[in-house]
Design a protein around this ligand. Structure first.
Ligand code: NPG
Length: 367
C-alpha cells in the first residue's frame, strides 16, 4: 500500500464530568484524530496525548509537529505494508503516542481494504469483553460525591472499579468503597504520586483485597516499585513505566511489577502492545487494557486488543457515555457490563462526518 496524505483533526470533547487525577483536572479532552488516505482507502488513528505534558512528556502540539516533520515523511509515498511501519518510523526517538496514532490509521485503512477486523488481525479469542471504570478524585474532595459516582457506575453495570488516589486521598476513600462494595473487583491508581518513603503507608491498602495498585511511584523509580512489591501483598502494576516489550520484561524480571497495564499509545502502537501481550502471556503475567479517555476511534482499537487471551483482567474499556454524551463515532454501549468487540473490517468505527465537523476545533494537513 502507499500513504498519500495525512490530515489531523483536533476535536474538543466536553467530558460529562470533570476528571481529576493526581496530576490535574480535565473538563474538555482535546484529541487529535488522524485521517490517513492511502491507495487502499482511508483509515483513522487516534493520538492519545493530552493538551499538556502532565501524564507523560507527550502533548498535542508536540505530537503534531513530530508527526509532520519527522514521522510522516518516513512513510509518505512509499510502498509498504502496515507491519513495516514500526521499523520505518522507529528511528524517531520517543513520541510513542504520535507514532502509534499513525500506525493505527495505516492499519485501519489496510484492514478495511482486505476485510479483516482489528480483533481478528491481532488474534482475538472473544467477541465480548468485561468493562471496568476509572473513577477520578472528586473536585470537591467530598467522599459522598465519590460514593454517588461509584454507585452510578455500579447501577450501569460496570464489573470492576478503579479509584484514583493521591496522598491525602487514599486509605479512607478506598475503605469506604470497599465497605460499600464488598465483592466488587477493585483497584487503585496513583499516577506516580508517591515515593519510596510511602511504602509503609501504601501497605495499609492491603486490607482492602485490591486486584492491584497501579503506578504508585515515579515512572523511573524501578527500585522503589521493587521494594514496594516485596513488602505489599497487593500486586503492583505498572503503567507509565512500561514503554516496550523488552522494558516490560526487564521490569517483571527485576521484580518491579507483577501485572502490566497495556496502553497502546504509551508503547508506540498496537503492534508493540501485542508484543507486550505475547511476552506477558508466555510468562504467566496478567495484563489489562488501560484507557486514555478515547473517542470511539481509539476505543474500538482498545476493545479489540482487550479481547486477546492474555487480557485476563477487566480494562478501562468503558462505554463512550462514561466520558462523552456525544462521541465522534457510533458510541460504545454497554450491555450487562460488557462491550461487544467490533467484527467489521478495520476498527469497525469511523467518525460520523457531521459530528466530526461539529466537534473539530482545528484541521491541519500534515503532509
Ligand atoms: O477509562 O479511558 C479511561 C480513562 C482511564 O484513568 C484512566 N486514564 O492515568 O490511566 C490514567 C488515565 C489517563 C487518562 C491518563 C487520560 C492520561 C490521559
Amino acid at each position: 500500500m502507499r500513504i498519500e496524505s495525512v490530515v489531523a483533526h483536533e476535536v474538543a470533547m466536553p467530558l460529562v464530568r470533570p476528571f481529576r487525577t493526581s496530576f490535574g483536572v480535565e473538563t474538555t479532552r482535546h484529541v487529535i484524530l488522524l485521517e490517513v488516505t492511502t491507495d487502499e482507502g482511508v483509515g483513522w488513528g487516534e493520538c492519545v496525548s493530552s493538551e499538556n505534558p502532565l501524564y507523560s512528556h507527550e502533548f498535542n502540539a508536540a505530537a503534531l509537529l513530530v508527526l509532520r516533520d519527522h514521522i510522516i515523511p518516513r512513510v509518505l509515498g512509499r510502498e509498504l505494508s502496515p507491519e513495516d511501519v514500526p521499523g520505518l518510523i522507529g528511528p524517531v526517538r520517543g513520541h510513542p503516542m504520535a507514532r502509534g496514532a499513525l500506525e493505527m490509521g495505516i492499519l485501519d485503512a489496510h484492514l478495511r481494504h482486505v476485510g479483516q477486523s482489528f480483533a481478528s488481525y491481532f488474534g482475538s479469542n472473544k467477541d465480548i469483553i468485561d468493562c471496568g471504570v476509572s473513577v477520578g478524585i472528586p473536585v470537591d474532595d467530598d467522599i459522598d460525591t465519590l460514593v454517588n459516582e461509584v454507585q452510578s457506575y455500579v447501577d450501569a453495570g460496570y464489573r470492576r472499579v478503579k479509584l484514583k488516589i493521591q496522598p491525602g486521598w487514599d486509605i479512607e476513600p478506598t475503605r469506604v468503597i470497599r465497605e460499600m462494595l464488598p465483592g466488587m473487583p477493585l483497584q487503585v491508581d496513583a499516577n506516580q504520586a508517591y515515593s519510596r518513603d510511602s511504602i509503609d503507608h501504601l501497605c495499609a491498602l492491603d486490607e482492602f483485597d485490591l486486584l492491584l495498585i497501579e503506578q504508585p511511584i515515579h515512572e523511573e523509580d524501578y527500585l522503589g516499585h521493587k521494594l514496594l512489591a516485596e513488602k505489599m501483598r497487593t500486586p503492583v502494576c505498572l503503567d507509565e513505566s512500561v514503554l516496550s516489550a523488552d522494558n516490560a520484561e526487564s521490569l517483571i524480571d527485576y521484580g518491579a511489577c507483577e501485572i502490566v497495564n497495556i496502553k497502546a499509545g504509551r508503547v508506540g502502537g498496537y503492534m508493540s502492545a501485542k508484543k507486550i501481550h505475547d511476552m506477558a502471556l508466555g510468562r504467566g503475567i496478567p495484563v489489562w487494557c488501560g484507557g486514555m479517555e478515547e473517542t470511539g476511534v481509539g476505543r474500538a482499537a482498545n476493545v479489540a486488543i482487550a479481547s486477546l487471551p492474555g487480557f485476563t483482567l477487566p480494562g478501562d474499556t468503558s462505554a463512550s457515555a462514561r466520558f462523552y454524551s456525544l462521541d465522534v463515532t457510533e458510541p460504545f454501549v454497554m450491555e450487562d457490563g460488557r462491550l461487544r468487540v467490533p467484527d467489521e473490517p478495520g476498527l469497525g468505527r469511523t467518525p460520523i462526518p457531521d459530528v466530526l465537523t461539529q466537534l473539530t476545533v482545528e484541521r491541519t494537513p500534515l503532509s
